[in-house]
Design a protein around this ligand. Structure first.
Ligand code: FES
Length: 102
């Protein structure tokens, strides 16, 4: 059964930046695109390397290993490196507390 777990405060993830949080046994990458937060497993769906080492430009995250590109607003792959999407987590923000569904 899924549950929401406290992960971060909104101020910890500045606009147009990303940050990794450890929640239970998950490594979760939180991406802030123009004030909107998105959460993903910190593993590239191509070969499993950490997405944190990638580059964020607008809503496009480029993996730092083989340069797969993803739209973080949908999680979809944009290029030809992989057609697998990012593994997305649902989040909920209450006051300034960011909670993730596990
Ligand atoms: S592991 Fe990310 S592109 Fe290959």
């Amino acid at each position: 059964m899924s549950k929401y777990v406290k992960m971060a405060e909104t101020h910890e993830i500045p606009k147009n930046k990303m940050k990794v949080f450890k929640v239970e046994d998950h490594e979760i990458l939180v991406v802030n695109v123009e004030g909107e937060l998105y959460a993903f497993e910190n593993r590239c769906p191509h070969m499993g390397y950490p997405l944190y080492f990638g580059r964020l430009e607008g809503k496009v995250l480029t993996c730092g290993f083989h340069y797969a590109k993803f739209d973080v607003t949908s999680g979809k792959s944009l290029g030809s490196v992989t057609d697998k999407p990012l593994k997305k987590f649902k989040i909920k923000i209450q006051n300034s507390l960011v909670q993730v569904e596990l």
